[in-house]
Write a protein that binds this ligand. Sequence first.
Ligand code: 9MR
Length: 486
Amino acid sequence: MSFTKGRRRLRGRTVGAVALAVTLVTGGLAAAAHGQEGTRVSAEDAVQAQAASLRDLADQQGVRMGTAVASHLLDQSDYRQTAATEFNSVTHENDLKWETVQPQQGQFSWSNADRVVDFAEQNNQMIHGHTLVWHSQLPSWVENGNFSQDQLRGVMQDHISTTMGRYRGQIGTWDVVNEPIDDNAQFRDSVFYQTLGQDFIAEAFRMADQADPSARLFINDYNIDGINAKSDAYYELVRDLLAQGVPIDGIGFQGHLISGQVPSDIQQNIQRFADLGLEVMITELDIRIQMPATEQKLEQQARDYEGVVNACYAVSGCSGVIVWGVTDAHSWVPDHFDGQGAALPIDSDYQQKPAYWAIHEALGGDPADPTDPPTEDPTDPPTDPPSGDCEADYRVTNEWNSGFQAEVTVTAGDSLTGWTVTWNLGSGESVSHAWNASVSSSGSAVTATDVGYNGTLSAGQSTAFGFVGNHGGSVSTPQLTCTSGS
Ligand code: 9MR
């Protein structure tokens, strides 16, 4: 992925000034709901009213900019509007966890999880599924079930296949195993580890791959954002899993961070996992502050967000960032860390904070002067609608000994419901895993189609999918054909 770098002009801006500008931007997150329509608008602020949302910018760059949502808050219009406008991806904060989905053995309860999935579909958003096998928020019938090895395998199999099966084709990426290593860099002493040993991880991934072969499968944890003993343990673990042929596609760095203490080697750490051929995602980003939040602390937080987001977007194998909550009012942080809070880019009144603008700028936006055209990067996908049905732009984003990763950006000519991209593989090439598209091959001919949520595009709108492939010595540059319909 390549990014246009905007200029940072907001450094001297006061929080109050940012807040005023915010009210006027993009209908001001939830400005209409706050009855702000009558606010007087200065010339400078009127210009700012044209600033793009984070979602617009992320879509233009073909990256994920997501948020965690709670189904019960979707009743609130401010919340709904902001979740839909600012983010191109959602994650269930709690509604897809084992204790919610299968509180009693064999009794599945989908209403809360379905609400979030329906919301994402209505708003044409990606969904990152969180989570299948985790020691926490696990019902007692699993934790204290005294199951034999075979019984626990059966329990895992049933939970994974039923949950993933329900959302097959709707949820594109999944945290299959969450937090299996503890803070001492040892396997966590969960019921899964006690009963099945470390192989429970490989087994869970194989079960998930069977349940939905087109989903991208992640392992996910906190305190692995920088290079340390715990992330080293993950590095060894995933290298091992890959060597065994376990179908693991990615690793999530949760990114629950403290302002002023963000590890300086995040990019290097992302890079080493990407070099293994894995997709990396920052899955639960929040950067907490010791309260009260002062202007200075919020500026520090903005620099911290900028550092993390840029670290991800600088590495082609890092597909995006998900923040853990829509606004500070919905963050888990104040309930869990005494005296700390204000951890998200949007505050409790739906006003954008300096951190918001830092992300905005990292995504190529410049809220201080949105009329400035961004510096063109020749590798950026075209912005003019193509003349035919659609156009597909192919880019190799990573390459190693015998493998490579590529990204294809589909841009609609006229509005489309469904798309199909075809191309021919070069000699010795094959496709192993794909994401955000359903990919099949017959001989050297490859066909990729949308996966539902990314099939509807308006004229000029783009979406991206990717895949990891093998090559026989060099990577070819194919000619692609894009047609409407899937
Ligand atoms: O944000 C979630 C919070 O509402 C729950 O009380 C908590 C219970 O463990 O889980 C929080 O989400 C966690 C996520 O599922 C896994 N990574 C750490 C997150 C923050 O605790």
